[in-house]
Write a protein that binds this ligand. Structure first.
Ligand SMILES: Nc1ncnc2c1ncn2[C@@H]1O[C@H](COP(=O)(O)OP(=O)(O)OP(=O)(O)O)[C@@H](O)[C@H]1O
Length: 385
């Protein structure tokens, strides 16, 4: 079968500016005199990326932060041109990259639906035919004649998704937009994308949520530092992505933080961080953030925020911090951990990529067959009168 989309040797070069001098006078800034001293460094965000997508296929694109996923989707959506290589597309592409892209802020929701549709190459009659469904899905019917600029980002997202998914493009490109909506809307979007895929249309889906990617896509591309690291069956691709990600712990050879580890011990989580700094630290400050797989923060703090008494700590260059987290209790699932380390004034270290960890039954409240909502297990006292 002929492919619907061919990505042929796509590369993208960015020139990143570094200013040679830390301080520029106002005159230099105003006159642009500093330009000569600005260093431009080439940076390849994508290098020789090639793959093909068959009609009706849903393809997941995964990779760590900065791997080049969004750049690739922008090139596919013709927002940015590639430095070299070409895209051959045999179908209409609708893309949903960032909330509100393609929307005109001064126009009303109604006007934007028509404008967006015509940008996608739809006839007015086609748009009119889908109009009610779009409005119904988006849930913004009361604001149809209000300019988009007055919409919240969630409302803009609802409308953008509804337009992109209902106007029947042959190829639908979706970039992590699910992260913005609430859980109910995320489910609705995933269901809609399944329907779209079921109708034989093609979907390219970028997400950090491996559960969503695996549910929706049969095939996947794993991007690593701008290159294709893997292509094939989605389960294989997700496995190789996970192999590259830190699980439960991380060790480092250099820098202030030497190891980070998180373990579930019954109903608590224990976070242990070992550090070694080149100067004495009077107040070791460790911040942590536990997030869901979309990257939404769920819980986090640091000893300064919590006004922790640091005794019996004596200022030292190295040490170990152990945090026992007895609340909140989380639902079963995979979570992300981010860590910062510093003193009372500065940060010396922060995790770039999350450490993934698994939580299994954390509370007797979480019965075997019970279905709960969200991530946190509520502790309730029930009274019936
Ligand atoms: N306009 C730009 N100028 C310079 N560098 C850029 C530009 N756009 C992207 N980059 C760089 O290209 C690399 C790839 O970025 P991209 O946004 O495509 O990654 P990503 O895989 O989508 O990451 P994330 O998961 O964080 O969204 C990054 O290192 C980024 O800093």
């Amino acid at each position: 079968m002929k492919s619907i989309l061919d990505i042929e040797h796509i590369s993208k070069l960015f020139l990143i500016s570094h200013q040679g001098l830390p301080y520029l006078s106002l005159r230099e800034r105003l006159t642009g005199l500093f330009r000569g001293r600005e260093k431009q460094e080439p940076f390849w965000a994508l290098q020789d990326v090639s793959f093909s997508v068959a009609p009706g296929e849903s393809l997941g694109i995964i990779g760590k932060n900065g791997a080049g996923k969004s750049t690739l989707l922008k090139i596919l959506s013709r927002i940015t041109p590639p430095t070299s290589g070409r895209i051959v597309s045999r179908g209409r592409i609708a893309s949903l990259l960032e909330v509100g892209t393609g929307f005109h802020q001064e126009l009303t929701g109604r006007e934007n639906i028509f404008m967006n549709g015509s940008i996608l190459g739809m006839r007015r009659s086609e748009i009119t035919a889908s109009f009610d469904q779009i409005v119904d899905f988006s849930g913004v019917e009361n604001f149809l004649d209000t300019p988009i600029k007055h919409y919240s980002s969630g409302m803009q997202l609802r409308l953008a998704f509804a337009v992109a998914a209902h106007l029947e493009p042959e190829i639908l490109i979706v970039d992590e937009v699910l992260a913005v909506g609430d859980a109910e809307f995320q489910k609705k979007c995933l269901k809609k994308m399944e329907d779209v895929a079921g109708q034989g249309r093609t979907i390219l889906f970028v997400s950090h949520n491996m559960d969503a990617v695996t549910a929706l896509c049969k095939k996947g591309v794993f991007l690593k530092q701008g290159q294709v690291e893997g292509y094939g069956d989605i389960h294989e691709i997700v496995r190789s992505y996970h192999d590259e990600t830190h699980h439960n712990s991380m060790t480092l050879e250099k820098g202030s933080v030497r190891s980070v580890e998180i373990q579930q011990q019954g109903e608590t989580l224990v976070l242990t961080v070992c550090y070694q700094h080149d100067a004495v630290i009077d107040y070791p400050n460790l911040g942590f953030s536990i997030r869901d797989m979309f990257g939404h923060p769920l819980a986090g703090t640091n000893p300064m925020k919590s006004q922790v008494n640091m005794r019996p700590y004596k200022p030292s260059r190295e040490g170990r911090i152990e945090v026992t987290i007895s609340s909140p209790k989380f639902m079963e699932g995979t979570y992300q951990l981010y860590v910062w380390f510093g003193d009372s004034r500065r940060n010396f270290f922060e995790t770039k990529d999350p450490i993934l960890f698994q939580i299994t039954k954390m509370s007797p409240e979480q019965g075997r067959n019970a279905k709960f909502d969200g991530y946190i297990i509520p502790e309730c006292q029930w009274n019936f009168f």
